[in-house]
Write a new protein. Structure first.
Lengths: 322, 420
């Protein structure tokens, strides 16, 4: 930083933003002061957002960490400090391990499906013809509908006795399947609905990524006699690595936090077979009012998501992408 | 109602019941402080909702110095907002806290609710001695009363007369054995004998268990599910569902209701709130008392939502006056006739008007035989969600009753702090 400001040249990057550099010469003190003055209005402009973020996001997050060390009950007279007690209890809680396993299954299967199917859909629909635009819009449509609405609609469609899906299968002479009441089918069904909802989102990201690949690379590959498969494998995939990273990370984070669909479609049942971490957290926090315990679950979830995101950054070697 | 909880929770916020009071300007007993406004929260979003609105409207007419602002919202929403709202002093003066078993305990523990003292006989007092059995005890902690029933529902047996006719059954069952036989006979041609919900629902399985001579916990809050009586009481109906498929497995309350509404199930055990919906769905509806149990005695589930007063209310007197009016004889008679709910008072059980009403009379006649689900059981909501609901889910999917009840019993004992 010290070698950046030289002579009378005005500072080009206000970003380094250190107001006091310890220099005393008049020439250099002036830009420093100017920077300070420029600094303040920026904070003013940011203040509303910072206030809202601080009060409604940062503060509650830190507060939940604090709660997680207490046997905290909303409104209770005493909130006994338990240290890592909640975390120890979690470690021995079968329901927690069950929820973690289900959340992992849900995340792995749905993210893999979404990335693969989203990429394939994007490959097939990347050219901007009218038909492609229409199909892309259709695919994207479920993304903008709220998960709750989607959950309710699918729940109704899949009802084995009065739903449309059961009606069609019965008409075809097949048995009507209790998708959401079966312990073995409930989770796959929820994964299916979530893939159906988010595939358009993954596809749009990949279409954008594909458009960013320079045409020369394809031309060069063609000249070298690469076939379609080789082009996808050697040119397209390496070129959209940043998109791949972004898509899989966003989807992973979203999947770990799945709640709405589960809450609406099965409520965690049948017999805990779709009980995800956030569903468990909700139950402990808002039905049983064990705020401290629920906070501990949320922090474990946070740590897991952070570790997996770091792993993804590492796997895709984000740093050396050109 | 409880039934639609899951769906309602995610649905739109119920609108504020804006009950504008007009007229009645004669301020006979108007206090010098001017009119006060009581804020009330309830979760009555079902067909019985207008009945509560009537109580409020009549109360305002009779008490020009008190206005009542009643907000109706789904139970889940209340459950999430009320603890912190009361803690910060911004909550309602009066609230129906939850319809879950032993729900008031949570608020007593956090000192959020006020002890109710305005009890006694006569108008203007809360006539606790006239309340349905078990209700006062259910809301009393350490000898103090922290709630009054907002309603008292019993469950009856709904049946589809047409499906009974088609199966060649002349009369609805009067004993639990008959009910089992009928359920088997009615399960035919894609139709189910009975719609039995086991999660997110008003409790139907405990009723069956009681009829079959079993129970969930004993007086010491220890599980009795794993005892031979307990296992026996679950066996018949678990087998009927798992093997004879008399009901779909794993229904929620809302799903069971839809099934019955669609004419695809011949019987359902349900509360009075369901009747209007079934009638408008065009079901040839019959409502009878729940059949008698193996011991020849009647039993059914009683379900109450408590009304409690905030410990931080500025108007404790007016709030108690409101509860006194809500539970009064005249208000309850009107409410029962409007909604089909049984009156929450025993001194109305012989009321001629109520007896003449075919729906009310069935539900009202069962009030004396009704039992509450997990009354005063510690961690009742967890006993339900972690113990009982999974148990029924397992045994109706073919898991051995001995194994399932054993593990459920351990879970429940751990939750209730049973020390036997």
């Amino acid at each position: 930083m010290t070698d950046q400001i030289t002579g009378s040249a005005p500072p080009r990057t206000p970003r380094d933003g250190a107001p006091a550099s310890g220099r005393t010469s008049g020439l250099e003190a002036r830009p420093t002061r100017r920077r300070m003055r420029r600094f303040q209005p920026a904070w003013l402009f940011m203040a509303p957002s910072l206030l809202i973020l601080g009060a409604f996001v940062v503060f509650p997050i830190l507060r939940s960490l604090y709660y997680s060390f207490f046997d905290w009950t909303v409104g209770a007279v005493s909130q006994p400090f338990v240290g890592f007690g909640n975390y120890v209890q979690l470690f021995h809680d079968q329901q927690f391990w069950n929820a973690l396993r289900i959340t992992l299954e849900y995340t792995i299967v749905s993210v893999v499906l979404l990335v693969v199917l989203g990429f394939v859909a994007a490959l097939l629909l990347q050219r901007d013809t009218l038909a492609n635009r229409i199909v892309r819009s259709v695919f994207f449509f479920p993304t903008i509908v709220s998960l709750v609405t989607i959950g309710l609609v699918w729940k109704f469609l899949l009802d084995p006795d009065i739903g449309l899906v059961g009606g069609i299968t019965t008409m075809l002479g097949l048995p009507s399947v209790a998708w959401l009441q079966s312990t073995s089918l409930a989770l796959p069904t929820i994964i299916f609905v979530s893939v159906w909802k988010s595939i358009g989102f993954a596809m749009i990201l990949f279409v954008a990524g594909l458009k960013g690949v320079p045409a020369e690379r394809y031309e060069a590959a063609e000249l070298d006699g690469a076939n379609r498969w080789q082009t996808v494998w050697r040119i397209t995939l390496p070129s959209i690595r940043p998109t791949m990273l972004f898509t899989s990370m966003i989807l992973t984070i979203q999947s770990f936090q799945v709640f709405d669909l589960v809450y609406v479609m099965t409520g965690g049942g049948p017999v805990f077979h779709t009980d995800t971490l956030v569903n468990l957290l909700y139950r402990d926090g808002f039905v049983n009012y064990q705020t401290g315990y629920a906070s501990a679950i949320s922090w474990v979830l946070f740590v897991i998501i952070m570790l997996i995101s770091l792993l993804q950054l590492r796997l895709f070697r984000y740093d050396d992408v050109d | 109602m409880k039934h639609a909880r899951a769906t309602l929770a995610v649905g739109a916020f119920a609108a504020v019941a804006a009950l504008a009071l007009t007229g009645c300007s004669a301020g006979g007993n108007a206090s010098t402080d001017g009119p006060v406004t009581l804020k009330v929260w309830t979760g009555f979003t079902g067909g019985d909702r207008p009945g509560y609105a009537t109580i409020v409207k009549d109360f305002e007419k009779a008490h020009p110095d008190i206005k009542v602002e009643m907000t109706v919202q789904p139970w889940d929403t209340i459950q999430q907002k009320l603890p912190s709202a009361w803690l910060t002093g911004q909550g309602p003066d009066v609230a129906a806290v939850s319809s879950d078993p032993n729900a008031v305990a949570q608020y007593v523990k956090t000192n959020s609710v006020m002890a109710i003292t305005n009890t006694g006989s006569g108008d203007g007092k809360i006539n606790t001695s006239e309340f349905a059995p078990g209700t006062v005890k259910e809301f009393t902690y350490d000898g103090k009363l922290y709630g009054v029933p907002a309603n008292f529902a019993t469950l009856s047996l709904y049946y589809n007369k047409k499906l009974f006719q088609d199966a060649g059954i002349a009369n609805p069952p009067t004993t639990v054995q008959e009910m089992a036989t009928d359920a088997r006979k009615l399960t035919t041609g894609g139709k189910y004998g009975i719609a039995l919900a086991d999660n997110q629902t008003i409790q139907m399985w405990p009723v069956l268990q009681w009829l079959e001579g079993g129970d969930i916990v004993n007086g010491k809050n220890c599980s009795v599910l794993q005892t031979s009586d307990g296992q026996q009481s679950l066996k018949t109906w678990a087998d009927l569902v798992a093997k004879d498929k008399v009901s779909p497995v794993g229904l929620t309350g809302a799903e069971a209701d839809s099934l019955f509404s669609a004419g695809k199930a011949a019987m359902e055990i349900n509360g009075p709130w369901a009747a209007p919906g079934y009638k408008s769905a065009g079901i040839d509806l019959g409502i009878v008392k729940v059949p008698v149990g193996v011991d020849g005695k009647s039993t059914t589930l009683g379900s109450i939502a408590p009304l409690s007063i905030s410990a931080k209310t500025k108007y404790p007197e007016q709030a108690q006056e409101f509860l006194a009016y809500w539970t009064s004889k005249s208000a309850q008679q009107k409410f029962s006739l409007q909604t089909g709910f049984p009156p929450l008072r025993t001194d109305l059980s012989d009321d001629a008007k109520l007896k003449a009403d075919p729906t009310v009379s069935v539900f009202a006649s069962q009030v004396p035989d009704s039992r509450l689900y997990l009354p005063h059981v510690p961690s009742a909501t967890k006993v339900d969600s972690d113990g009982y609901v999974p148990l029924i889910g397992e045994i109706t999917r073919g898991k051995s009753i001995a194994d399932a009840t054993k593990s459920a019993g351990q879970t429940i004992d751990g939750l209730t702090g049973c020390s036997q």
